[in-house]
Design a protein around this ligand. Structure first.
Ligand SMILES: Cc1cc2nc3c(=O)[nH]c(=O)nc-3n(C[C@H](O)[C@H](O)[C@H](O)COP(=O)(O)OP(=O)(O)OC[C@H]3O[C@@H](n4cnc5c(N)ncnc54)[C@H](O)[C@@H]3O)c2cc1C
Length: 566
């Protein structure tokens, strides 16, 4: 197998990966950034509504970073590590202003200051934005900055498949060149996983097709734990029926949710915050309305923007307007947009501390949605993720630089081990018959949606687990129709499915294990939060076909858990 050597290999060219690359390369180290797609097509580009930041002299005079940390902690139903939330809040203003200096053109208020809008769960408005194309603007800015540094090599349309490790250290990764299926061993002193989320596990998701959870599965197979894997976020307002996201910015700008009777039903579920309650609460409210017969036929509710006025909608919510027009054939300035919940974000992730370092494997780091710091706890607040990618992408980059300063070369040779790891990957192209990967994928997505979704209970989760085990058996007979080596996308889809099945097992097992309701994890059979027994992080390892669960305490600094009412 061909080999290349770098100081650092980063899997993922979204905001988190690029920000880490920028930091490491600026310190003089050479970096390989690997991505399934061209960097600016990473899912970060799809982020619409904005990035949260407390900016001194620019925020509400009553606001401060502690309120921002508190909102994040309460929003996350107290499963947030409070030191992480403080770091996020205190660095937020500085990093947004840095991005502004680098070239992101944020919307402005008439007096020239950076404009701001409310997002769910915020006591004061903090979300900064570029219309409703914020992620796109940020990603182009960071890509431009990073690609200008000579010591970053981009490998796009490359598929990272396995982490290579020895007894206790990471030694690199194996990736395929997607053009010709040739595997290459990327040897590295440190590896950063910044591979984003996993929405494709679910029948309904706002995510890109590339979000298949590869990084989580690579880590699991390398005996690295995921933290809080049971926590999956469902966004309340995905366009019906295509699941394209209608950003929370719409409600931030004043849109309201209505049921079939025209009632503003959020008054029943969150009397104070109404439509701007956190996402888990709004998602459950919508599905409850539908279940109790107050939804529209087909199972959705209406998002009403009509009172905002045509000019305002077209300026501030252009993407929502266009999506409604192109994909639901309606004019959002005159009619309500049909919406329902869909998977949106993954709070769980590779277990790391606030420097992005993983405790299981020396030299392994993770950042962005792939990581669990944990800054979002049981439920992420809207516009905190873009912020996390930048703040913790940079922190991780800095920690990698520190790690490299005292790095010593390992004595053992690892090439033969690496060689052995790719053999089984080709099985799907060798088999001429069996079960087509698409069949397994469809069943998995339905299973996760039906039984590991917004509402969960013991029976459903057990059904999910037995179905996932069956699909894992079926996977052994999986084959693909395309046998060519040239851009064989079916081959990569099959590898992605293997990753999804590893992750699904860990999510469903951890969800069954947590016998309480907290944030996005809602158990119909245990509807209350139980701080006595469950104010702790799940730490889950994949061991063959079973999952081993241990726990870690939640880091508390200033805030004691209280009832979460909005
Ligand atoms: C529709 C939508 C709207 C959103 N809006 C907002 C918002 O307004 N505000 C906010 O804060 N958050 C928002 N989010 C969430 C936020 O955008 C993401 O959580 C964040 O951008 C993730 O960034 P990342 O760098 O971690 O990963 P991504 O940007 O997802 O990048 C992942 C990278 O990993 C690469 N990769 C993955 N697997 C492999 C592999 N096997 N081999 C090689 N490369 C691989 C991909 O090619 C990609 O480059 C939104 C999310 C969605 C889906």
């Amino acid at each position: 197998m061909e080999k290349v050597s770098y100081d650092v290999v980063i899997v993922g060219a979204g905001l988190a990966g690029l920000m880490a690359a920028h930091e490491i390369a600026s310190a003089g180290y050479n970096v390989a950034v690997i991505s399934k797609v061209f960097p600016t097509r990473s899912h970060s580009a799809a982020a619409e509504g904005g990035i949260a930041a407390y900016i001194q002299g620019n925020s509400d005079p009553n606001d401060n970073p502690d309120y921002m940390a508190y909102d994040t902690i309460k929003g996350g139903d107290y499963l947030v590590d409070q030191d992480a939330a403080e770091l996020l809040a205190y660095k937020s203003g500085e990093i947004v202003m840095l991005l502004e200096r680098w070239g992101t053109l944020f919307n402005r208020q008439p007096d020239g200051r950076v404009a701001v809008r409310y997002f769910g769960g915020q006591t004061y408005p903090r979300t900064r934005f570029v219309g409703d194309k914020t992620g796109m603007a940020l990603l182009h800015t960071v890509y431009e900055r990073t690609s200008g540094l000579g010591s970053v090599d981009f490998y796009f349309e490359w598929f990272a498949w396995e982490l290579v490790r020895d007894e206790n250290r990471v030694r690199g990764i194996i990736a395929f060149d997607m053009r010709n299926m040739v595997p290459v061993f990327f040897k590295a002193k440190a590896v950063v996983i910044a591979s984003g989320g996993m929405g494709m596990l679910y029948r309904h998701s706002t995510n890109s097709y590339i979000n298949t959870g590869d990084g989580y599965a690579m880590a699991l197979r390398a005996r690295v734990a995921l933290k809080d894997p049971e926590f999956v976020q469902f966004h309340p307002t995905a366009l019906y029926p295509s699941d394209i996201l209608i950003s929370e910015a719409a409600r931030g700008e004043g849109a309201v949710l209505r049921n079939v009777k025209g009632e503003r039903f959020m008054a029943r579920y969150a009397p104070k915050k109404l439509d701007l309650a956190p996402r888990d609460i709004v998602s459950r409210a919508i599905l409850t309305e539908v279940k109790e017969g107050r939804g529209f036929p087909g199972g959705y509710v209406g998002l009403d923007l009509t009172h905002l006025g045509e000019d305002y909608i077209k300026e501030r919510l252009a993407l929502a307007y266009e999506a409604a027009k192109s994909f639901a054939g309606l004019d959002a300035t005159k009619e309500m947009i049909p919406v329902r919940p869909a998977q949106h974000y993954y709070m769980g992730g590779i277990d790391v501390d606030i420097t992005g370092r993983n405790p299981d494997l020396i030299g392994l780091f993770a950042a962005g949605e792939a990581a669990c710091v944990s800054v979002h706890g049981a439920n992420r607040l809207g516009s905190n993720s873009l912020l996390e990618t930048l703040v913790f992408g940079r922190e991780t980059g800095r920690a990698v630089v520190e790690f490299l300063k005292s790095y010593t070369e390992p004595s053992s040779d690892i090439d033969k081990e690496a060689e052995k790891m790719i053999d089984s990957a080709y099985d799907v192209v060798k088999s001429e018959s069996g079960i087509h990967f698409g069949e397994i994928l469809e069943k998995l997505r339905d299973t996760m949606w039906d039984y590991v979704g917004v509402f969960r209970d013991e029976n459903g989760l057990k059904t999910a687990l037995s179905e996932i085990m069956k699909l894992r058996e079926d996977m052994k007979k999986m084959y693909v129709l395309d046998k060519s080596k040239v851009y064989n996308t079916e081959f990569y889809n099959a590898l992605e499915l293997k990753n999804m099945l590893d992750l699904a097992l860990v999510i469903a097992t951890s969800a069954l294990n947590r016998k309480e309701s907290r944030g996005a994890h809602y158990r119909l059979d245990f509807p209350e939060r139980d701080d006595q027994n469950w104010l702790k992080h799940t730490i889950a390892y994949l061991r063959g076909n079973s999952v081993e669960i241990t726990y870690k305490p939640v880091k508390m600094t200033k805030w004691k858990p209280e009832a979460r009412v909005y």
